[in-house]
Design a protein around this ligand. Sequence first.
Ligand code: TYD
Length: 204
Amino acid sequence: MQKGLFITFEGADGCGKTTQLNLLKDYLTKKHFDVVLTREPGGKGLGEKIREILLNYDGEVSNRCESFLFLADRAQNVDVIVNPAIKQGKIVLCDRHTDSSVAYQGYGRGLDIEQIKTLNNLATGGKQPDLTLVFDVDIETSMKRVGSHKDRMESSGIEFFNRVRNGYLELAKQEPDRIKVVDSTKSIEDVHKQVLDIINKYIN
Ligand code: TYD
């Protein structure tokens, strides 16, 4: 049986990671790997309900409450989708995970970063991704890609997204073995090629 692999996709809104996740899924499936896709917030079931609140609730949401909702969704995703798939030797591609909380709630909203990391550990039971790809793009480009129809998180402003982007780059410096930065200003094909160059070191 193939050994399970847990790969997370990260970056500021509009960075193009979801397109790349789907391209990688097609590539791996053609190579006969068993691939499972999930996302945070909102893998499936209860997670979808939490996602709905996080992205569309239009009343007041405190920063700490927001953090705990993302964490609750993460615990559910890890327990119900990620861990069972890894146990079965599958490759799990997860659209956002722990680093989103550090980048958005920590660097972006200004909550204590060490505390967020501790809470992440609680939510995941200590399981870390084998590999994390951070899709890096300047905020002007990513906001253009997001367009004018913005959800609750996307309405947080340019300064917020600059802090998020710099947060991801800082994390990549802190954990260079796990986190690889991909230049996402390039064309879809070029970015996919960068992804394959990295991934091919992890699969056989
Ligand atoms: P989504 O529509 O999935 O955006 P994207 O396609 O950019 O991933 O919305 C998820 C939003 O939630 C996005 O703005 C990032 C934010 N988020 C956090 O702030 N903290 C988190 O822990 C996670 C998982 C997501």
